[in-house]
Design a protein around this ligand. Structure first.
Ligand code: SAM
Ligand code: DTB
Ligand code: SF4
Length: 348
């Protein structure tokens, strides 16, 4: 198979074929995913982002996994919006440790009028440090998206979290469609989309298929796809949930890589609980980004010393770039395995 044949961007994935990918013998699935991965990326390079919670806790939404929801009784210490100087010093620190993207998260259902302009200043400050900026602020309206674009925001993170079918078991205060609407507004404005989900919330394989289909069948694949493993927080409804089988997690990463061959797939929350071997299998299967730094938003991340040792053991460097040949090759491509048609065309 030529590399162009391997990397067809599709937006018409159907349930049965995605289930069939999941059902492959593991070696066949991993071989297929890894082949696609190394066609499009340096398989020994990952991108690293660092997270900072800029506003913590007291969120009006009821996301069942989240330490920051006012609906749950967690031990989290709430904090109002951080001062600009604190954000700048955290971003400088992240840069000195090798992060090229700084992601700021706020425990909001949507940004309020008073704080939003301050976040715009934070984005400008991060960009002036010559880092990529990413924010996750909840739902947005068109005017807010326009302002984010004007200050040069690079990425907006807004996760679908789970399948539309399982969604109501996890969140009741906003709908799956609300999330899609925000993603569409962000994408239409030309801001890179970062969107993925969480595994290990009690969903079944059919939900993992359905989540990936939702992501891959968007008009344009998300540029970045975070795959989180639930971090169980005491006091949240999902605390005590059975953990996901590590090999099922690896399979999900592999299927994501196959379905969204040019997206950067991030092995996100939950790495602290993962063995080195599990992470290595995820990198082999197509994950090529991580959150790096001692904290995620409100919980501990994998320790940086451990990460450095792991990257060294695996021969992984942190200078990810898409292969130049891929960039030119696939600028407009895009056929379907089935009937090629106009609405499958995509510019990347
Ligand atoms: N409040 C905004 C929102 O929800 O859109 C932004 C912050 S929110 C914490 C960002 C994402 O982090 C969530 O959508 C979810 O996917 C992920 N997340 C939050 N808590 C998590 C947990 N305990 N385990 C894994 N992922 C989690
Ligand atoms: C994403 O998909 N995962 C990150 C980021 N986007 C904002 C957040 C993970 C949060 C894990 C739990 C916590 O630290 O509160
Ligand atoms: Fe609020 Fe975001 Fe947590 Fe949901 S995930 S409760 S919206 S901070």
């Amino acid at each position: 198979m030529s590399s162009a044949e391997i990397t067809k961007l599709r937006h018409n994935w159907e349930n049965a074929e995605v289930q069939a990918l999941f059902d492959l013998p593991l070696n066949d699935l991993l071989f297929q995913a890894h082949t696609i991965h190394r066609t499009n990326f340096d398989p020994n390079a990952i991108q690293i982002s660092t997270l900072l919670s800029i506003k913590t806790g007291k969120c009006s939404e009821d996301c069942g996994y989240c330490s920051q929801s006012a609906h749950h009784n967690t031990e989290l210490e709430p904090e109002s919006l951080l001062a600009l100087e604190d954000v700048i010093s955290a971003a400088k620190q992240a840069k000195s440790e090798g992060a090229d993207r700084f992601c700021m998260g706020a425990a909001w259902s949507r940004p309020n009028k008073r704080d939003f302009p301050k976040v715009l200043e934070m984005i400008k400050a991060v960009k002036s440090l010559d880092m990529e900026s990413c924010v996750t602020l909840g739902m947005l309206d068109t005017e807010q998206v326009k302002q984010l674009k004007e200050v040069g925001l690079d990425y907006y993170n807004h996760n679908l979290d789970t399948s539309p079918e399982f969604y109501g078991n996890v969140i009741t205060t906003r709908t799956f469609q609300d999330r899609i609407d925000t993603l569409n507004t962000v994408q239409d404005a030309g801001i890179h989309v970062c969107s993925g989900g969480i595994l290990g919330m009690g969903e079944e394989r059919k939900d993992r298929c359905s989540l990936l289909i939702q992501l891959a069948n968007m008009t344009k694949h998300p540029d970045s796809v975070p795959i989180n493993m639930l971090v169980q927080v005491e006091g949240t409804p999902l605390f005590g949930q059975d953990s996901i089988d590590p090999l099922e997690f690896v399979r999900t990463v592999a299927v994501a890589r196959i379905m969204m061959p040019l997206s950067v797939v991030r092995l996100s929350a939950g790495r602290e609980e993962m063995s080195d071997e599990m992470q290595a299998m995820c990198f082999f299967s197509g994950a090529n980004s991580v959150f790096y730094g001692e904290r995620l938003l409100t919980t501990d991340n994998s320790k940086t010393g451990r990460d450095q040792q792991l990257f060294e053991k695996l021969g992984i460097n942190t200078n990810l770039e898409k292969k130049p040949s891929t960039k030119s090759h696939h600028t407009d491509v895009i056929l379907s395995k089935q009937e090629p048609s106009a609405n499958m065309a995509q510019s990347i």
